[in-house]
Design a protein around this ligand. Structure first.
Ligand SMILES: [Zn+2]
Length: 166
């Protein structure tokens, strides 16, 4: 996997890639909800979007690709961060509400954000601190929406079994 190199997405040149990305996404039934990536999920719980350019195959995280669609490119070292704490969400934060969904940021921003979430800024979804739990949740969420929106299964995926920590 090519790690956080510069990713350029041109709406005309890469129109077929963009269409393919959208074909794998299911939108939440409410306007403020997440848009869910429904195919390949890596061991880290994040989606994988496979691309071939100039005969070279590589994969990127779909939410980072979505940021590149919105901005034309994402610079090397810049990641897509999830303010919604949903690794399979590919929705881009709206200017009107920058604290939603995917935003671009550095690894340092990511660390800061995770620390903030742990300090009590979290919300009523299962915490994704552990890689295994994160992947399990991502897969459950994709399964819940892939064929038709199953509200009960979505709820179960988000809340899951609360891990007992003490
Ligand atoms: Zn989201």
């Amino acid at each position: 996997m090519r790690r956080a190199g510069e990713l350029v997405v041109d709406r005309q040149v890469h129109a077929a890639e963009i269409a393919r990305l959208h074909s794998h996404v299911v939108c939440w039934p409410t306007p403020s909800g997440c848009n869910i990536w429904t195919v390949a999920i890596g061991p880290d719980g994040y989606g994988r979007f496979y691309l071939t350019r100039d005969s070279v195959g590589f994969c990127v995280r779909p939410h980072r690709y979505a940021l590149a669609i919105a901005g034309g490119s994402v610079a090397a070292g810049v990641l897509g961060l999830h303010e919604c704490d949903n690794p399979v969400c590919v929705k881009i934060a709206a200017d009107t509400d920058p604290h939603q969904h995917s935003v671009s940021g550095s690894q340092g921003d990511n660390m800061e954000w995770m620390a903030r979430m742990r300090r009590g800024g979290g919300h009523a979804v299962r915490r994704c601190d552990s890689r295994g739990v994160r992947r399990e949740r991502s897969v459950a969420l994709c399964e819940a929406v892939r064929h038709s929106w199953d509200a009960a299964a979505v709820q179960a995926a988000l809340l899951g079994d609360q891990p007992t920590l003490w």
